[in-house]
Design a protein around this ligand. Structure first.
Ligand SMILES: C[S@@+](CC[C@H](N)C(=O)[O-])C[C@H]1O[C@@H](n2cnc3c(N)ncnc32)[C@H](O)[C@@H]1O
Length: 188
């Protein structure tokens, strides 16, 4: 990591570490294994640890995308260290249209709804996804105000569900997982 910082790769939008809601989704999948070889898009992926996890354990074909072009080297370092394969892409949530969504079975994200701008972009993405029954979206968060507002605004859609989620390992933390479309379609 120090070499990446020395080479000038300084993430600008909070991706200076792996955030904790990542671990909520890792635990979620460990308890409910997804089908193998799913096509997965992680949005606001930061260092891409969830992408690495899904490729390594479930052979998912994963694209880790983020607004910040500085995070790709961190994603690739983490993937190499874990003998896994992740494709890195610079792309904002706002750029994700139907054409972009087309190949993906599953969209995952954690700790990316933290202000009015990200809340608006994710709301639009959810409204796009509820029109497609073939793509599942899972968004984990510790319960930031913007995330809770997002959940209130999207509870009107029957395709959207919210569950509280807590783990004790590898860290003691709690939060929420919001899902769009039936999760059973992507599980074993
Ligand atoms: C708090 S970090 C979380 C990173 C990662 N998901 C994790 O859990 O470790 C928020 C991430 O969202 C990204 N981000 C913020 N706004 C975005 C947008 N509009 N489109 C795509 N990514 C965005 C940031 O660059 C940053 O990597």
């Amino acid at each position: 990591m120090h070499k990446l910082v020395a080479a000038g790769h300084n993430p600008v939008h909070f991706a200076k570490k792996v955030w904790q809601s990542n671990f909520l989704l890792m635990d979620f999948f460990a308890r409910r294994p997804p089908k193998t070889q799913l096509n997965v898009l992680e949005i606001g992926a930061g260092w891409g640890s969830l992408s690495v996890f899904l490729n390594k354990h479930y052979n998912a074909k994963v694209t880790a995308c983020d607004l910040d072009e500085q995070v790709a080297p961190y994603q690739q370092l983490l993937a190499r260290r874990n003998h896994s394969k992740v494709q890195s892409e610079t792309c904002s949530i706002e750029q994700i249209n139907d054409q972009k969504l087309h190949p993906f079975d599953l969209i995952v994200a954690s700790d990316i709804c933290y202000d009015g701008k990200t809340q608006a972009a994710i709301t639009q993405l959810i409204e796009r996804l509820i029109c497609r029954t073939d793509t599942v979206f899972l968004l984990a968060d510790t319960g930031r105000r913007s995330f809770l507002r997002l959940t209130e605004d999207t509870q009107i859609y029957q395709q959207v569900s919210l569950q509280g989620y807590s783990i004790e390992q590898p860290l003691d933390t709690q939060g929420y997982i919001l899902s769009v479309n039936p999760i059973k379609d992507i599980l074993c």
